[in-house]
Design a protein around this ligand. Sequence first.
Ligand code: G3I
Length: 364
Amino acid sequence: MNITRRSFLAAGAAMPLLGLTRPSLADEGTLRQVATDRKLIYGTAVSTGTLAKDKPFAQLVIDQANMLVAEGETKRKAIEPKQGRLNFAPTERLLAFAEKNGQRMRGHTLLWHEANPDWLLAKLEEGRDDKLLTDYIEKTVGHFKGRMHSWDVINEVIHIDEGGEEDLRISSPWYKAFGSGYIETAFQVAHAADPDALLFYNEINLEADVWWAEQRRTSVLKLLEKLLKKGIPVHALGIQSHLKAYRLDYTDEVMSRFLDEVSDLGLKILITEFDIADVEGPADPAQRDADIAALGRRYLDVAFSKPAVLGCLTWGISDRYSWLSSYDSYKWSDGSLSRGLPFDGDLRPKKLYFEMLNSYRSAS
Ligand code: G3I
């Protein structure tokens, strides 16, 4: 039996969709097949909890994704809740799932101003202790050596409102303890620990056609240029791509130019956390689905027209489990699910799914 068909049946996808017409699922293929055929990544953020408790959801992840990333398990707060006692078990469980199902995995994230354990924040406040930075990276990247496709080494380091040098996020506990040098050290230590892993700088809010996003893009390019000039082993930029369908404008030209500028530096690019917030959109969910699908198609068409783009991971795959439904800025006040991912809360594919397939099919 066709595995795709089986999972959709398990999810109730074969049931008539309240008068909505859509192409036959069995004929459409999966994101996994279509991406893999084109040597592109399609992946999703997952967590051990949902994969273990929700079998139809886990089957959907197996059918659709050729890469996984942990939504939380590989953050420092999860790996080192107590100083020096590194707990790799949850990430190992995800890796075992991925390896069993022929999927790759990426590590997110070695350094971030969020998701740090309290003990670490307290120590960082006490001042500079290089080991707080280097030991963790050495041990974590070293532990998974050869098994991770890539690591987000740094995450969200630009913040234009803080008045810092080169627009760096000076409120970050890492910056406060080490100054900007922590960024270079992190890449060097990660590279030494696993020379084959692709090392990413992952960044948020780079996509919109608004002045502040333009300033962020410029600062990101400057930072990358500086690192490369110094021979720092940064290999790729992760563009998170949490789009907001009814809040911010996106223009193909702006995105296209930025992608060219990054690839001109010799870097690879990955869309790392794609989803589309629908809050403030029309009340009719079908209209929102159509708007989101059209935006997603445009966005990915531009991305996949660039040879430097390795593919895309969505931040979740089904609206059943999406951070957008719980985060204050993006959730609906009536409690309805945000509809920003390719599958709905019943694991049925939405228009976004079919447009994502189309974008992958049109990849150059
Ligand atoms: O672990 C506790 C759990 O014990 C407790 O029962 C539960 C009760 O709410 O909270 C759990 O922790 C939450 C965790 O997600 C797991 O659900 C944290 O409070 C919450 O802050 C955390 O949020 C995550 C956030 O990153 C911070 O780590 C989101 O799920 C995750 O989607 C989000 O992902 C980020 C990327 O890493 C970076 N880019 C933006 C993206 C969205 O914010």
